[in-house]
Design a protein around this ligand. Structure first.
Ligand SMILES: NC(=O)c1ccc[n+]([C@@H]2O[C@H](COP(=O)([O-])OP(=O)(O)OC[C@H]3O[C@@H](n4cnc5c(N)ncnc54)[C@H](O)[C@@H]3O)[C@@H](O)[C@H]2O)c1
Ligand SMILES: [Zn+2]
Length: 352
């Protein structure tokens, strides 16, 4: 078996290891150095496939799958089940699943008995490269996504890439949108690797997949390490997301997050080229790589530009009255601009 790749993540209270490799789950206790009782939190899709691989644990708590269950009522149920299973402050909560499980289990670990140890075992590509690193956890409120949460650093992250074999293709594509985003932010070699891999991405060898995942994590690691509480540089991770969130919202979430990010990356590239910040050929390059992984590159014709523009103003990441965009100078070179004129933004989102 190929050796796991290990990335060390430093944070204000210490550090932890992110391990990326095949066949890590059966070694959970040893690799994550868990002492006390283990409570695995998973969802109804992932639990039946992988909970038994995690060895002997005190309890497996299964929640329904999907963002609509990332809520305080679900968290409440989890607290009760942890109590019923006799998990005390010596316990460890293990998140086994996608970003929904990771965010919610992390919030439970941050708050149950004022905080217990937490280990992330991400099983979706998005959770591996994005959600499981950086310490942000939380749940949604009826009023909006991720409105309640806490920073909770894991003691270890085990990204077992063998689990990606069962990930539905659309979820793999959604994760690839974030991987491509990470390449654009600061890793031209990663971006190039995806371009070279072409349509073979889904059938990539475990060794190459391990490299792809660990290099994508490296980008997020480097950014969050420099800005653990999101005061500055972490804003760069929002590349494509101001456009993306607005498109998702206006579509009534028919456009998924991964698709929204893809459309947002295309819009950010076009805006950058239009304003003369990057080569005029860059947008086509971004579009081509997204098409390779079957992500959309054109905003659906039935979503008019006006509501998209207005929705961008409700984004919680905007500063005061100004829209803030992450723009590109080249693959691997991004910066924040908050002086973009409405006309230029409208021109880009009117493009079909
Ligand atoms: N905390 C952060 O920094 C951060 C960053 C990005 C996203 N997020 C959050 O992550 C969530 C999205 O995560 P996601 O895309 O992983 O969604 P998800 O957790 O809903 O997983 C997507 C689907 O894939 C299934 N699945 C996961 N792994 C599988 C596997 N190996 N085999 C078969 N099915 C599998 C899940 O059951 C689910 O149905 C959102 O709630 C978002 O807010 C958090
Ligand atoms: Zn995203």
């Amino acid at each position: 078996m190929n050796e796991a790749t290990i990335l060390n993540v430093k944070h204000p209270d210490g550090q932890y290891e992110v391990m990326v490799g095949s066949g890590l789950l059966p070694r959970l206790g040893e690799l994550a150095r868990i002492a006390g009782p283990v409570a695995v939190i998973t969802d109804e899709h992932v639990g039946p496939l992988y909970a038994s691989a995690c060895g002997e644990v005190a309890c497996v708590l299964t929640v329904p799958a999907g963002e609509q269950h990332k809520t305080l009522p679900t968290v409440n149920g989890l607290y009760s089940q942890l109590l019923a299973a006799g998990i005390d402050r010596t316990g460890t909560v293990v998140a086994l699943g996608g970003g929904v499980v990771g965010d919610m289990a992390g919030f439970v670990a941050a708050t149950y008995m004022r905080g217990v140890a937490f280990v992330q075992c991400p099983t979706s590509l998005l959770a591996m490269v994005d959600a499981s690193v950086g310490g942000k956890t939380g749940v949604d409120l009826p009023e909006g996504k991720n409105l309640v949460g806490a920073f909770k650093q894991p003691t270890a992250v085990l990204a077992d890439i063998a689990t990606l074999q069962t990930l539905p293709p659309a979820e793999f594509a959604a994760g690839m949108a974030e991987v491509i985003k990470h390449g654009l932010i600061s890793h031209p070699r990663l971006f190039q690797q995806i371009e070279d891999e072409g349509r073979r991405l889904r059938t990539m060898s475990p060794v190459r997949l391990q490299t792809l995942v660990s290099e994508a994590i490296r980008v997020k690691r480097d950014v969050v390490q420099e800005d653990p509480f999101e005061h500055g540089r972490r804003a760069l991770l929002n590349l494509g997301h101001t456009f993306g969130h607005a498109i998702e919202q206006v579509s009534g979430y028919r456009v998924t997050h991964g698709q929204g990010v893809a459309l947002g990356l295309v819009a950010a590239a076009h805006l950058s080229a239009r304003l003369g910040y990057c080569d005029a050929a860059l947008p086509a390059r971004v579009e081509a790589v997204l098409r390779q992984v079957e992500l959309p590159t054109r905003i659906p014709a039935d979503l008019p530009p006006d509501p998209i523009y207005r929705a961008m103003f409700s984004d919680k990441k905007k500063v005061g009255n100004r829209l803030r965009f992450v723009l590109l100078r080249d693959v691997g070179q991004v910066f924040v601009a908050d002086d973009v004129a409405e006309g230029d933004v409208m021109a880009v989102i009117s493009q079909r």
